[in-house]
Write a protein that binds this ligand. Sequence first.
Ligand SMILES: [Zn+2]
Length: 288
Amino acid sequence: MPELPEVEALAAFLDGKLAGRTVAAATPAAFQAMKTYDPPLSAIEGLTFDGVGRRGKFLDMRIGELHLVMHLSRAGWIRWKDELPTQPVRPGKGPLALRLRLTEPESAGFDVTEAGTQKRLAIWLVSDPEDVPGVARLGIEPLSPEFTAEVLIDLLKNERRQIKGVLRDQSTIAGIGNAYSDEILHAAKMSPFKIAAKLTPAEVTDLHAIAVGTLTEAVERSRGLPLTELKSEKKSGLRVHGRKGEPCPVCGDTIREVSFSDSALQYCPTCQTGGKPLADRRLSRLLK
Ligand SMILES: [Zn+2]
């Protein structure tokens, strides 16, 4: 799933391609992806892109007075095409969710696609991004100047949840998902199951610096890369996430995994949990 650094790079790329350009046609191909119908998608035809930005993991395309907001979810992506296919869009089962064609040059534009059978990609056309419930709920942007160590100390001081869950809760901090929360906790040498309120102010100050550093580094690595390379770049930059069974790049211990019903986290026991493997709940349930 694209997280803050990838969506940031995607937004910067699209901003360079789209700002000042005019929409010729916007054609939905997967109707379940469209979460709003008033105004209709055709309302952006003839309007000019003002720019493309990011809020959390949401893309915000400013077009005239409107905002085309997208959440790519797990398997969504945007494919820029200097030459879009000319045959008409056929709504149906394929990966195409939306095609947007520009006026000049006539063949350029982008496809919004979603791989797989689980269709969770979502698109809204609104006059204010805050009209999108997921955007309205977003917590603080971790790369904004407002996100200081003091702010994080305040967010966590009464937080009874485990730190892994807090870091990826979009309504607490915007843009960090399963992958970067694994990376941040590994770099901070912190157990994902640690109760947030039990962290000392010094530990939270450290965690804050590491979170900002990890995300900034990932944004820097992604900047300017072609869209086709962003996903592989994300993967190659990760040190523990998705690397179960591989040696930890810091200490050489084997990276372990805890699986949940719809996701899994990876961590290094030596770096993060005093050498003790964490209980894998799914596995222990199977063994009962
Ligand atoms: Zn390690």
